[in-house]
Design a protein around this ligand. Structure first.
Ligand code: GTP
Ligand code: MG
Length: 257
C-alpha cells in the first residue's frame, strides 16, 4: 500500500482523505494518525464516514489517580495475549495541549508503544467542550474504520465533560478507589447514571469493601435503567487481580446491548 507522501496542495483534500482512509483500513497506523489530526482540524471533511464496525467501544472514567490508566494497561495486556487489537483514545478535557507531556505521563502505556496491535492517541481541549466531544466521536469512528477489536476511551476526572464524552462509549467502566472520597464523588456529576460497570480498584488496600458497599447503596437509590443493572467489581489492576472478571463483564454488557 502506497502511503500518500503529503496532503499535496494540488490534490483536493477529500481525495487525500479517501487515500488515507484506504491506507488506514489496510492497517497503516501512520495514515490513521494523520486522519485523526485531519479530522480534528477539518471535521467537516468527515461528515459521511461509513463505519460498519465490529469494534467494541469501552469508556473508562473516574477521579484522578484511581487507576484508570493502570486499568487500560491491564486490559491491553490481557487482550493482546488473546490476539485482540486495541485503540486507546486518551481524552483530557482539562488540558489544552494535544498529546502534551502531562497526558503522556498520565496514560502510562509506554510498554505498548511498539506493539502494532495497539494504537494510542491523545486528545485535548481546543477551546470548547463540544469540539472535544465531537473530535472524540470522530476519532472513535476512524478507529472503527481501521478495524480494531476494542476501542478504549479514557477520560480524566468525573465532571460534566467526562459524562459528555462517555456518551460515545457503548460500555462505560467507572473506576473508583478506596479512601478517595468516592461517596462524595459518586453523588455528583452523574457518575451513578453513566456507569455500566463500577470497578473498585486497589482492592489490595484497606477500605475497598466499604467503598463497594457504599456504592451499592447509592446505586440502589438511583433510578433503574433498561435491562442491564450496573455491576460492581473489586480488583487490583496493578496486580492484574480481577482483570478476567472485568473483561468478562465488559463482554456480557456488549451482548446485552
Ligand atoms: N495499591 C495499588 N495501587 C494502584 C493500583 N492501581 C493503580 N495504582 C496506583 O495508583 C496511582 C494512579 O494510577 P493511574 O493508573 O495513573 O491512575 P489514573 O486514574 O489513570 O490517574 P489520572 O490519569 O492522573 O487521573 C499509580 O501510582 C498506580 O501505581 C492497585 O491496584 N493497587
Ligand atoms: Mg490516567
Amino acid at each position: 500500500m502506497t502511503y500518500p507522501p503529503s496532503m499535496a496542495a494540488d490534490k483536493s483534500e477529500s481525495s487525500s482523505v479517501l487515500e488515507l482512509i484506504a491506507a488506514a483500513k489496510s492497517g497503516d497506523r501512520k495514515s490513521l494518525a494523520k486522519l485523526i489530526t485531519f479530522a480534528e482540524n477539518t471535521p467537516e471533511e468527515f461528515k459521511e464516514l461509513d463505519t460498519n464496525s465490529n469494534s467494541h467501544v469501552v469508556g473508562i472514567t473516574g477521579s484522578p489517580g484511581v487507576g484508570k490508566s493502570t486499568t487500560v494497561n491491564a486490559l491491553i495486556t490481557y487482550l493482546r495475549a488473546r490476539d485482540k487489537s486495541i485503540a486507546v483514545i486518551a481524552v483530557d478535557p482539562s488540558s489544552p495541549i494535544s498529546g502534551g507531556a502531562l497526558l503522556g505521563d498520565r496514560i502510562r502505556l509506554t510498554e505498548h508503544f511498539l506493539d502494532p496491535g495497539v494504537f494510542i492517541r491523545s486528545l485535548a481541549t481546543r477551546g470548547h467542550l463540544g469540539g472535544l466531544s465531537a473530535s472524540t466521536a470522530l476519532t472513535i469512528q476512524l478507529a472503527q474504520l481501521a478495524g480494531f477489536d476494542y476501542i478504549i476511551v479514557e477520560t480524566v476526572g468525573v465532571g460534566q465533560s467526562e459524562v459528555e464524552i462517555m456518551k460515545h462509549a457503548e460500555t462505560v467502566v467507572v473506576v473508583m478507589a478506596p479512601g478517595m472520597g468516592d461517596g462524595i464523588q459518586a453523588s455528583k456529576a452523574g457518575i451513578l447514571e453513566i456507569g455500566d460497570i463500577y470497578l473498585v480498584n486497589k482492592s489490595d488496600r484497606d477500605g475497598a469493601q466499604e467503598t463497594a458497599k457504599e456504592l451499592e447503596k447509592s446505586l440502589h437509590l438511583s433510578p433503574r435503567r433498561g435491562k442491564w443493572q450496573p455491576v460492581i467489581l473489586l480488583g487490583s489492576m496493578e496486580k492484574q487481580i480481577g482483570i478476567e472478571e472485568l473483561v468478562k463483564t465488559i463482554s456480557e454488557h456488549h451482548e446485552v446491548l
